[in-house]
Design a protein around this ligand. Structure first.
Ligand SMILES: [Zn+2]
Length: 65
């Protein structure tokens, strides 16, 4: 960390949100989870999943206990 302020998101380098550590948002958290579930990191850093994919993941997570 060179900034000495907040830790940065593991995915997109924005400041982490307390709620979503170590990510900045639910979006990044879901992206990371998606990577896990897909069995590997396939995303280039600049390419995010589509909204549909994120909604799909949210749905999956909300039904999982
Ligand atoms: Zn992020």
């Amino acid at each position: 960390m060179t900034l000495g302020k907040k830790a940065l998101c593991a995915l997109c380098d924005k400041p982490q949100a307390e709620t979503y550590k170590p990510f900045c948002s639910a979006r990044c958290k879901l992206i990371d989870l998606g990577n896990w579930m897909n069995g590997g990191y396939k995303l280039p850093s600049e390419e995010a999943p589509s909204e549909a994919e994120i909604l799909d993941l949210s749905d999956y997570l909300s039904h999982k206990r």
